[in-house]
Design a protein around this ligand. Structure first.
Ligand code: DC
Length: 227
């Protein structure tokens, strides 16, 4: 079988990764792999079992579970064993703890392993913090999305308000800044631009503009290669 094709998109929270990755996957008929959903699933379970501060127990947990992702109708459905965690991983509480869990080297090793296994049989579009640098350093196309903190906070506020109408812009921005700080400064696989990644600033772009911009890059690559 020929090698699978990987398009990897990294960037901070709210930079527009999911929007671009989901659209591209649909357009190209590739699998969509949301690596953040995996870190969120481990975080949800660590909170549920009250082991967020207990690295040994988290390591035991992550080596026991298999996280199953099913992308359906625009949503990544997340399952661990028989439990569906799709909505449970998108809470403010998970958001506030996920960067702490994602810093643990054993957690990263286990999840990167699962991500590569998924890729071994599929052409895919993936997104996260280290998909261009660590998980798929040989990706066929690497994109690094950025946007201003004010714009990213505004985007996330709209999502959170659906579940939590009292949340403020300041709270969301503080949470994002803290996650950016931890994600970018951790020792293992910090969020950073891969040397060859194409940078797109989505601050002043509509979703349509963003997709247009990403598709232009794909068309360029397509004309030169096998995608
Ligand atoms: O993309 P997201 O907001 O769902 O990601 C949630 C967190 O998971 C993010 O703050 C950092 C972590 N993460 C990571 O460390 N590496 C990845 N490849 C994806 C996410």
């Amino acid at each position: 079988m020929s090698k699978s094709i990987v398009i990897a998109i990294d960037g901070p929270a709210g930079s527009g990764k999911s929007t671009a990755a989901k659209f591209l996957a649909r357009e190209l008929g590739f699998l969509y792999l949301d690596t953040g959903a995996m870190y969120r699933a481990v975080t949800y379970l660590a909170l549920k079992y009250n082991i967020v501060e207990d690295t040994n127990s988290i390591n035991d947990l992550v080596n026991k579970i298999f996280i199953n992702l099913k992308y359906e109708d625009g949503v990544t459905r997340v399952f661990v064993d028989d439990e569906e965690l799709t909505d449970k991983i998108r809470t403010f509480e998970v958001n506030s703890n996920v960067s702490i869990i994602a810093k643990i080297p054993e957690v990263r090793t286990a999840l990167v392993d699962m991500q590569r296994k998924i890729a071994s049989n599929n052409n895919l579009v993936t997104e996260g913090r280290d998909t261009t640098t660590v998980v798929f350093p040989e990706a066929d196309l690497k994109i690094y999305l950025i946007a201003s903190i004010a714009e990213r906070a505004k985007r996330r506020l709209e999502e959170f308000r659906v579940k939590n109408p009292d949340i403020t812009l300041a709270e969301v921005q503080k949470n994002l800044e803290e996650r950016d700080r931890i994600d970018s400064s951790r020792a293992v696989s910090p969020l950073k631009k891969a040397e060859e990644a194409i940078v797109i600033d989505t601050t002043n772009m509509s979703i349509a503009d963003e997709i247009d911009e990403v598709m232009k890059r794909i068309d360029l690559i397509k004309s030169e290669s096998t995608i």
